[in-house]
Design a protein around this ligand. Sequence first.
Ligand SMILES: NC(=O)c1ccc[n+]([C@@H]2O[C@H](COP(=O)([O-])OP(=O)(O)OC[C@H]3O[C@@H](n4cnc5c(N)ncnc54)[C@H](OP(=O)(O)O)[C@@H]3O)[C@@H](O)[C@H]2O)c1
Length: 282
Amino acid sequence: MTEVLVVGATGKTGGRVAAQLAARGVTVRAASRTPRPAAANVTPTPFDWDDRGTYTAALAGVDAVYFVPPSFRTDYPPAVGAFVEQIAAAGVERVVYLSARGAMAGDHIPMRAAEISLEKAGLPATVLRPAWFDQNFTENFLHPLIRDQGVVAVPTGAGRTPFVDLDDVAAVAVATLLDDGHAGRLYDLSGPESLTWQEAAETIGKVTGRQIAFVDMAPADWEAAAVGMGVPADYAAHVSELFSIVRDGREDYVSPDVAQVLGREPRSFGDWAETVRDAWLP
Ligand SMILES: NC(=O)c1ccc[n+]([C@@H]2O[C@H](COP(=O)([O-])OP(=O)(O)OC[C@H]3O[C@@H](n4cnc5c(N)ncnc54)[C@H](OP(=O)(O)O)[C@@H]3O)[C@@H](O)[C@H]2O)c1
C-alpha cells in the first residue's frame, strides 16, 4: 500500500493534498510543526524545517513525498537542499514539490533555488508551478480587507493572472503522486482565463452584491505597508518582486497543464467565487 509524506499538511495546499489522498484510501503522514489530530488514513507527524533530525523519522518507509517550503520566509533553500538529500538517501520513489510561477524570475528566487536542489540531487521529481491561488482572496492575505472594507489593494496595475483553484492544484499533486508518467516533469498550473486583479475584485462584487474596490498601489508603497504590518522586509521585497511579474505582464498566459494531467478543465475564478461567497460577507 502506498504511504505518502505530506510536508505542510496543515496548510492550504498540503491540507487539500492530504484530504484527497486519504479519501482515496492512501495512507498519509501529515507533517508540520503543529500536527492536527489523527483522522482516517492520516497520521500526524512532527516535522520542523529548522530541525533536520525530524526529516529522517518523517521519511522512513514512505513511498512518496509532497512538500511545500516553510511559509513567510526566504531563507529556506539550504534546508530544502538538506531535505532533498535525505529524500534521495531514503530511496523515495516519487517526489512532488510545490514551487510557483515566480520561479521564472531567476535562480535568486527561493522557490527556484529549491528546484535546483532537486536537479542537483538527481531526483526525478515533479515540480508544480502554480499561478496565484484563488484562495488568496479567502484564506490568505487579501481576505480581511475584502471582508471588512470591501477593498483589494495590490501593486498589480493592469497585469493579468490566470488564478488557479487550490482544489485543482491538489488534484494535480495527487495524480502526480499516485500515477506513472509524471517523474521529472514540470507543470505550470493555471485557471482557464487570465484576469486583471480589478476584474477579480469585480467578480467578488458581483457574487456578493457588494461594492469591492480595486486599489492599484505603487510597488514601493505596498512593500512599505507590508513591512509596517509586521511582514519581514526580505519577504515583503520577495512578494513585491512576484507582484512585479504580474504587473509587467509575464503572468498573462493560460497553461494547458491542469487539463492535461486531470483530463478536465480547471475551475474558473467566477465559478469558484460563487462557492465561497459567504467568506466575503462582513
Ligand atoms: N499564494 C499563492 O498565490 C501562491 C501561488 C503559487 C505558489 N505558492 C507557493 O505556495 C507555498 C505555500 O503553500 P501553502 O499555501 O500550502 O502554505 P501555507 O498554507 O502557508 O502552509 C504552510 C505549511 O507549512 C507548515 N510550516 C510552516 N513553517 C514550517 C516550519 N518551519 N517547519 C515545518 N512546517 C512548517 C505549516 O504548518 P505549521 O505552521 O503547523 O508548521 C503549514 O502546514 C509557497 O511556497 C508559495 O511560494 C503560493
